[in-house]
Design a protein around this ligand. Structure first.
Ligand code: AHR
Length: 660
């Protein structure tokens, strides 16, 4: 097959087009990117249950905490009275009856240490009647893997009501997984504790789990949308993400249950499933999200709640133009001030106090997550009210609207009618967020999806993924086949870069055995990261976006009939043509490039090709980790080079990026 590459420039490509969608789903934040190793550090965890319209939660403050050793003579009580923080009113009161006993925490699926690494332990304690030492230790089967001791300091009466902060560093003498973190007491006594925390010393900025951070950074993302997803709305309105609760010291951040804790609740599980203790500590709060963006070079895109709980889960809403509604608008204005305001503004000063006097340069803001208009849900009016208030003060902010949860229903058509009607108003909407989780076949069949879109309102392809299958804990839903269909669909986005200005795969992260939603881009466990084939597709795109597309004479239509999907761009700075091409066929396909003479001096190409990592004998078998956990299907990336004028052989079921 011959592929035409003409010199005519077509659509300008936004340099930050390929970005990330982050949501605390699948233990992506707590138990994931947030490097905290202790689960329920503030004794505030709740157990969430129920179903749409009757969600509930019950306090379970000792969750993840146990006596150590298991039969120790020790009382553990989660109490209230004089807490470290009014926002988190509970704390632990313990009475130890015998020396050399204590309590322990099993972290998220067991504590894992890496040999030679230091771990920073912080806790607050009040010695009611105790004069001994605190020994922090990581233990498995009676064996100690790291240990440090500190003597207690405050046992006089004047320290009543006063929590003293302790720091210790544990050094791992050997690697271990599935251990516990224990605090052991050298004497009997009564002590109160709050906020018991442990971070690995390699956590990036003392916050982010390093291997996950590095994996995200390697994607060179153009933007990061946060904090979700349905998390923005909550399953009940009070369960929504409240960013202001996170703009304070970690121990002051109000705990909230995670709306994914109740995913797939049903009568069979008594409306309380296996993730009922999935909580949000807000350790990864808005300061941390902005910092993350800065560190990985992504533009921040926070998403605001417009006064709705998740429209799938609830009809609960704040009345438009009520005081509470205006408070939500004020939240948006305050957020802009927090991100960009000078340090003599109220919210700019808070940013400075948290450690960042320089602005975070916020330019993008999402208005609502996955909202749509109904007779009862006046989303369009809400969008308009937010837009007016924000642009009156901050005309440069680019707003993201919502097209609802799919791209096929009336909700989607109504949304586009709304934005198109307002298209003449300057800066009314920068881009409209579309969501589609679809079968791979759908993506192949719609590689012309954006070819005929009106150009006057731009698209943010904000949540998409191929779903060969889906469900909870299905890393095997991440197949190479699915990823190839995404690569094919992305040729359509790139070719239509004059209308599609941003795109992000969703969801981003999933902890093995803790996933409410599959497929996901990056899987991980307590020690390893397992990027899926979709990850490499995203990376091949984000690292190989040109500045402008090149004309192909419509050749992609013929090619698609042959199971070949391609787009071509040009990078002015490097003076390079970039061809992205998927061969969806089960056999190798030769292609010949017919290149405009402008590029004839570009005789050699370098290529990267993604194919399935399985051998023929392995095909169809599920892949497992050393810990016997199911993994996403492996993809292999290989480098090659050659002469542009010669026939290029595209391997079966492959995605290739050629630069010349
Ligand atoms: O990505 C998972 C969920 O899909 C998001 O939370 C929501 O926006 C969409 O329904």
């Amino acid at each position: 097959m011959e592929l035409k590459i003409n010199a005519a420039r077509r659509a300008k490509i936004q340099p930050d087009m390929i970005g990330l969608f982050f949501e605390d789903i699948n233990y992506a934040a707590d138990g994931g990117l947030y490097a905290e190793m202790i689960e329920n550090r503030s004794f505030e965890f709740v157990r969430a249950g129920g179903d749409a319209k009757d969600y509930y939660f019950e306090y379970d403050g000792l969750y993840s905490w146990n006596p150590y050793p298991a039969n120790a003579a020790i009382t553990l009580r989660a109490v209230q009275g004089s807490p470290l923080s009014e926002n988190n009113p509970h704390y632990l009161r313990t009475t130890v009856h015998r020396a050399e006993t204590g309590f322990c925490n099993s972290g998220y699926g067991g504590i894992a240490l890496k040999e030679g690494m230091d771990y920073h332990v912080t806790f607050f304690a009040r010695c009611v009647s105790y004069q001994g030492c605190f020994r922090a230790e990581v233990i498995k089967d009676g064996k100690s893997y790291a240990m440090a001791e500190i003597s207690c300091e405050d046992h006089s009466e004047e320290t009543f009501n006063y929590f003293r902060r302790y720091h210790m560093t544990l050094h791992a003498n050997q690697s271990v997984t599935g251990a516990v973190f224990a605090l052991i007491f050298t004497e009997p006594g009564t002590i109160e504790f709050d906020f018991i925390s442990m971070f690995p010393s390699d956590a990036v900025a003392g916050i982010f789990r390093k291997d996950l951070f590095d994996t995200l950074k390697a994607l060179k993302p153009g933007f990061l949308r946060f904090p979700g997803g349905c998390i923005v709305e909550g399953n009940t309105f009070s369960n929504r993400y409240r960013y202001k609760d996170s703009l304070t010291e970690p121990w002051n951040r109000k705990n909230n249950w995670n709306r994914w804790a109740v995913h797939e609740n049903c009568i069979e599980n008594d409306f309380c499933g296996q993730y009922s203790h999935y909580n949000q500590t807000l350790g990864l709060g808005y300061y941390e999200y902005f910092l993350l963006c800065e560190l990985i070079g992504a533009k921040p895109l926070p998403v605001m709640n417009v006064g709705f709980a998740c429209q799938y889960q609830s009809t609960e809403q704040v009345t438009i133009n009520s005081e509470e509604f205006f408070r939500l608008i004020q939240d948006a204005l305050d957020l802009i001030e927090f991100a960009n305001g000078s340090t003599d503004t109220k919210w700019g000063a808070i940013r400075e106090k948290m450690g960042h006097p320089e602005p975070f340069n916020l330019t993008l803001l999402g208005i609502g997550n996955e909202q749509w208009q109904t007779e009862r849900a006046d989303f369009f009016e809400r969008y308009t009210a937010f837009e007016q208030a924000i642009h009156e003060r901050y005309p440069f902010i680019r707003l993201i609207g919502s097209a609802g949860p799919d791209i096929t229903s009336d909700r989607y058509t109504a949304a586009w009618d709304f934005y198109h009607k307002n298209a003449d108003k300057s800066n009314f909407v920068y881009a409209v967020d579309e969501h589609y989780y679809v079968r791979p076949q759908w993506l192949y069949e719609h590689v012309d999806f954006y070819d005929n879109y009106p150009r006057n309102v731009k698209v943010f392809s904000g949540e998409y993924a191929a779903h060969p299958l889906s469900g909870m804990n299905r890393p095997d839903a991440n197949t190479v086949e699915g990823a190839l269909s995404e690569a094919a669909f992305l040729t359509n986005l790139e070719r239509n870069a004059d209308v599609v200005v941003m795109a992000s795969y969703a969801p981003l992260l999933a902890r093995l055995d803790y996933a409410q939603w599959s497929p996901d881009m990056i899987w991980f466990d307590e020690t390893e990261v397992y990027p899926s084939a979709s990850y490499y597709v995203q990376q091949l795109y984000s690292c190989n976006m040109g500045d402008i597309t090149l004309d192909t004479g419509g050749g992609e239509k013929e090619a698609a009939k042959e199971g070949l999907y391609y787009s071509v761009s040009y990078c002015e700075k490097e003076g390079e043509v970039i061809l992205k091409i998927v061969n969806a066929n089960g056999e190798a396909k030769p292609v010949k490039l017919q290149i405009d003479e402008e590029f004839c001096s570009h005789s050699r190409y370098r290529a990267k090709t993604l194919t399935a990592g399985n051998t023929a004998a392995d095909a169809g078998k599920s892949i497992k980790s050393e810990k016997d956990r199911l993994l996403p299907e492996k993809a292999v990336l290989s480098d090659s080079e050659g002469t542009v004028m010669e026939e290029i052989i595209l391997p079966a079921k492959s995605f290739t990026v050629l630069r010349f």
